[in-house]
Design a protein around this ligand. Sequence first.
Ligand SMILES: Cc1ncc(COP(=O)(O)O)c(C=O)c1O
Ligand SMILES: [Zn+2]
Length: 403
Amino acid sequence: MSNHILKCISCKKEFDPKPGLYYCESCGYIMGTLEVIYDYKTIKKSSSVTEKKFDNKASMYQFDFLLPTKPKGKFDDYVGGTPLYKFNLLGIKDVLVKYDGSNPSSSYKDRASSIAINRAIDEGADILFCASTGNAASSLAILNAPTGMRTYIFVPASIPAGKRAQLEISGAEVMAVEGTYDEVYDVSLDIGLKKGWYCRHAAINPYLLEGKKTGAFEIIIQNDFVVPDYVLVGVGDGTVISSLYKGFWEFKEVGLTDKIPRIIGVQAEGIPAIKEVFDKGKPYTPIAIIGKTIADSISVGKPRDVIKACTYIEACDGYFISLTDEEILDAIVELGKETGLFAEPAGAVPYGGLKKLIYEEKITESDTVCLVITGNGLKDINAVEGVINTESISIKDLEKRFE
Ligand SMILES: Cc1ncc(COP(=O)(O)O)c(C=O)c1O
Ligand SMILES: [Zn+2]
């Protein structure tokens, strides 16, 4: 028997899980995204919660009492359990930095892909498909490579070379499509659902968020159950930020904490779709805008988890901000100088967001803050081409320099 039910975020109708059920048909695939709901009262009394035996370095499956599947994949022991560093940054002591660039495919998306693969195995699927700005696709392709199931990937042809290389090396069937992410998403969703493949598209599959929420669980246990005042994260489709809220909410619901942080979503000023919807206020109405940014992972004009993202961020008294491409590039460079961590553009935006909010005096030195760095900078080195030194030196000049 299943340990959860599914509930529509808009009409609140409840569903029993079944293969092929991804969203509430009456509300449609953007308004009708589904929440995965567990029996929190029973979980609260279970030994997994009461004994509080957690391990800062264990994989995300240590939280299986709040997950919709069990680990079965080759990589599952190594997904999650990523470091939570503390740095003195921008005048704030001990800023928490959750660095998910150290997952198997080097991004936060492995948390979701691992769950998708295990659910696909549960459901007897033999093909998985995914449209992505790059990271979700490379994550699925890599984690799925050893399972024997096939992977069909749909990405914009413009994705960074590092992510494309990950896809090709993993042996996935790669469709590098001449179009934007939003165009690729829609056409590939039609194809994949018609074919009956298992869907790993952001937001549509409610189980993806379940994997991603484990990042919040880890922030809590790794910080000795002290919940920070603020958590900042980059936002594209809105699933990662929604997952963080759900993770903090669930640990509170089962009595492991007594607080949910204010979560702040950081978007790119060139394409700030969720920010626009949130700032307009209720009823939250999905939009589709056209724009661009160097932060390819959050270059999303038609966000799919916009309803959850806005509803959850309102519930925790959070909000959305945006950064220019110049501010994003500065954030990558400064984060690297201050911490040694190399983040891809979408991974560095929480640092840029913190800098902005400190400047605006919305966050002060007495606040506790966590930055969620979602992707490794090595995936997109072209992004920093203009701001890193690429000069060389002759042997003669080198000897002269150190005479
Ligand atoms: C590195 C990175 N950060 C942030 C995000 C944003 O996640 P979401 O699209 O769920 O808002 C993504 C999504 O692709 C990503 O790859
Ligand atoms: Zn509905």
